[in-house]
Design a protein around this ligand. Structure first.
Ligand code: FBP
Length: 302
């Protein structure tokens, strides 16, 4: 597989997360990233393993990491090659939760990239590796979302495909301590009064994985604290929107439109590499419920 080296880097990260001293990996290394987060040693260990794993892959001319200020091009690559890819990744999503031994993960997205216009042409593959009770890799493979587990021989074995077809539980996932608009507060009340169960782990990989496995809706909308949203477009929002799409779901923006369409051919520059956006991720069933709810609401209020 083209990205086998990358998957191997996840095995190394899994080992470090599980076995290295917590004090060592959780140490603050006096670095603040572009999202104003303090960087822990594990963020850089994971970042370096991933960069080393893709450095010699043909056609990957560069990468975008939560821990790098800008897009980085590999010196040994022809960055004008029209058949170019870039990899965007969040080395350790939810790393602040490691101290509490909560599941964290790596999120990645392989983009077909036009080096002349600096724009994304399309998504080739996206996925995440969860470092939880088990180490699992969830990734798109053409029109399926594969769920693989790391076995005792350090091989990722396929367990199943993930699809919303069978996963229809009523779960809503949002950090309710944030202050939202009346419209969103009403939507959250709708879930509470229609027997939806609430979940919030606080690491996107864990929360979205739960929704993928069971059904429901994940929301990180804009709020008083994050007027533009908190999660990053290129290495959190697009990867999950593509995975949800392949699994029979959708990622939607602030206007409830498909975010993969509203940001098509996204042009990357130094100012938007870490662009934050509001996001809602859900099954197509929940998307229709949401649109129905707003239709009804509109008729009530208009
Ligand atoms: P990073 O840890 O990669 O910076 O990701 C941000 C994140 O931790 C997401 O994983 C999670 O969904 C969100 O922030 C939690 O935010 P909050 O603390 O506001 O609930």
């Amino acid at each position: 597989m083209y990205l086998d080296n990358l998957y191997d880097s996840f095995k190394k990260i899994s080992e470090v997360v599980r076995h290295d001293s917590l004090k060592y990996i959780n140490a603050n290394i006096n670095k603040i990233n572009k999202s104003n987060d303090s960087v822990n040693r594990i963020d850089m260990i994971a970042h370096n393993y991933i960069v080393d794993s893709i450095r010699d892959l043909d056609n990957i001319i560069g990468y975008i990491s939560e821990e790098s200020d800008d897009i980085i091009y590999f010196e040994n690559k022809n960055i004008n090659n029209i058949n170019s890819y870039i990899l965007a990744f969040d080395p350790i999503d939810g790393s602040k939760n490691l101290l509490s031994n909560i599941t964290v993960g790596t999120i990645y997205c392989l983009y077909k990239f036009n080096p002349n216009t600096k724009s994304i042409e399309n998504i080739i593959e996206s996925g995440y590796c969860l470092y939880g009770p088990r180490t699992i890799l969830v990734k798109t493979n053409n029109d399926t979302v594969e769920h693989l587990s790391l076995n005792e021989k350090y091989i990722f074995n396929k367990d199943c495909n993930l699809s919303f077809e069978n996963n229809t539980e009523k779960i809503y996932c949002v950090n309710e301590s944030n202050k939202f608009s009346n419209e969103l507060n009403d939507l959250i009340t709708f879930y509470k009064t229609n027997n939806y169960n609430q979940r919030w782990v606080g690491s996107m990989v864990s929360d979205c994985h739960q929704i993928l496995c069971k059904g429901g809706i994940f929301m990180y909308p804009n709020s008083e604290k994050y007027p533009k949203g908190k999660l990053r477009l290129l290495y959190e929002v697009f990867p999950f929107s593509y995975i949800f799409k392949v699994a029979g779901g959708i990622g939607i923006d602030n206007n409830y439109n498909n975010i993969l369409e509203s940001h098509i051919n996204f042009k990357i520059n130094s100012n938007n590499v870490h662009k934050q956006v509001p996001i809602i991720l859900c099954s197509n069933k929940e998307y229709h419920n949401l649109l129905n709810y707003f239709d009804i609401r509109e008729n009530i209020f208009c």
